[in-house]
Design a binder for this molecule. Structure first.
Ligand SMILES: [Zn+2]
Length: 138
């Protein structure tokens, strides 16, 4: 079951990640119910397929506006998966292979809250719509 805020992003994410019914959270391996901007808007991330990854609500909510690499390190995403995610986000041609397996990983969400915030590029600040953390809730 997908959350409402995610619906518009699903067709874009399906270009790379196939049918959303089969999605697993790229961070923890549980069923994915949301589409996450790997690089958050506040860090210059965009809604293009390369920047969209399936995520469970818990990971997405905890990751929020944190720097993605720093957050993954803080919660304990294994290093090989961090590297894999960073590389595929920069590869427009990548598509999820059929039968992709994402092993479940127990993550430390308390540590995730302390991750470094994403750096907000100056050009994003001039185009001001206040980014409230409440906006992402449903
Ligand atoms: Zn997750």
């Amino acid at each position: 079951m997908l959350t409402r805020r995610t619906r518009d992003l699903v067709p874009l994410a399906e270009h790379r990640w196939r049918d959303h019914a089969l999605w697993r959270c790229v961070y923890c391996g549980r069923a994915a119910t949301t589409v996450d901007h790997f690089y958050p808007y506040s860090q210059g991330g965009r809604s293009n397929p390369a920047n969209l990854v399936p995520a469970c609500d818990r990971c997405n909510s905890n990751k929020m506006e944190h720097d993605p690499i720093d957050w993954m390190t803080a919660v304990g995403v294994p290093a090989d998966r961090r590297d894999w995610l960073a590389s595929l986000v920069s590869n427009r041609d990548w598509r999820a292979p059929r039968g992709l397996r994402l092993p479940r990983t127990k993550l430390d969400y308390q540590a995730g809250k302390l991750a470094r915030p994403a750096h907000t590029p100056a050009h994003e600040l001039t185009d001001q719509r206040t980014a409230s953390p409440d906006n992402s809730g449903e």
